[in-house]
Design a binder for this molecule. Sequence first.
Ligand code: OSB
Ligand code: MG
Length: 369
Amino acid sequence: MKIMEVNVRKLKMVLKHPFTTSFGTFQEKEFLVVEVKDEKGNSGWGESVAFHSPWYSEETVETNLHIIRDFLVPIVLENDIIHPEEVNGLFAHLRKNNMAKSAVEGAVWDLYAKREQIPLAQALGGQLEKIEVGISIGINENMQELIETVRGFVEEGYKRIKVKIKPGFDVGVMRELRKQFPDVPMMADANSAYRLEDTELLKELDEFGLTMIEQPLASDDIIDHAKLQSQLKTPICLDESIHSLEDTRKAIELGSTKIINIKIGRVGGLTEAKKIHDYCLEKNVPVWCGGMLESGIGRAHNVALTTLPNFVLPGDTAGSSRYWEQDIILPEVTVEDGYITVPKGNGIGYEVDRQALERYTVDKWHFSK
Ligand code: OSB
Ligand code: MG
């Protein structure tokens, strides 16, 4: 396929409710959307999951813009790409910057599936017609409010509840939630807020039967996580530490993780995500799809990826209405009884709502052959 044009937009969308993690509070989301167009006028869409500030990873909206504009766009305009699996290779001489690469690669995957007139899920080899989803709940120091938030999502049917924790907001909170919801699958995500010296405290979480604890230790660590896992009954799931298939292999070999959170942006795109999925399937390590407060475009990519067979644990991809008054896709992503029905349309399977897209756009750039 020949990519004739690339359009990059910066969007700003206000979150319905602030979302707090151990590293900070999100009130709004600024992010990039990439559109690639072929010679027939088909459009493929990708979303960069980099945040405004480098607090989840070192990438930001501005570093992504720089990498996309100055390095990645020229590559996709200059090369005739037959299959999207080639894109990773074309970008391989550029180090890291995975979220930037993923935004462009994802757009090429969507374009490819549209040209083939098949759903993106099918292009990836996915089979599931509906996927199970959970929900991620931010830190709220008001326990009564937190309980009511959890209750609301349990009643909506979400298949598991993930709660963000941090030092001082951990064992007591999980104890109270477990008392209130004895049978609900629950997990905790620390976003790297602890150190190995906190092992005794983290062991106290074992009594609550959590399905996992996500990224308790440093974002660049796999050694201390292995030491911690040997002391914990609760499975550790790595998020921030995993950027590639190689990271996955090393973490599993070391015993640092028993479950992998796959985020398409963090690992540099759908091709690498699929490789990690396949490797984990072979090693009997369950995976699930993480979330980055995506708009509908990123959400649609997550839905497609999650149709692969080893996504056996509910992901974080909630319905569009979890975060947005109005999303940028039509129809919006909806959750019924804890399931998202995988769309049957070509490519990402949702239409980009160009009016909504335009309304949220704060800046845009156009590139052509
Ligand atoms: O660690 O999974 C995370 C949100 C922002 C940054 C990191 C994370 C999260 C979430 C929310 O947990 C996932 C979502 O609902 O999109
Ligand atoms: Mg996480």
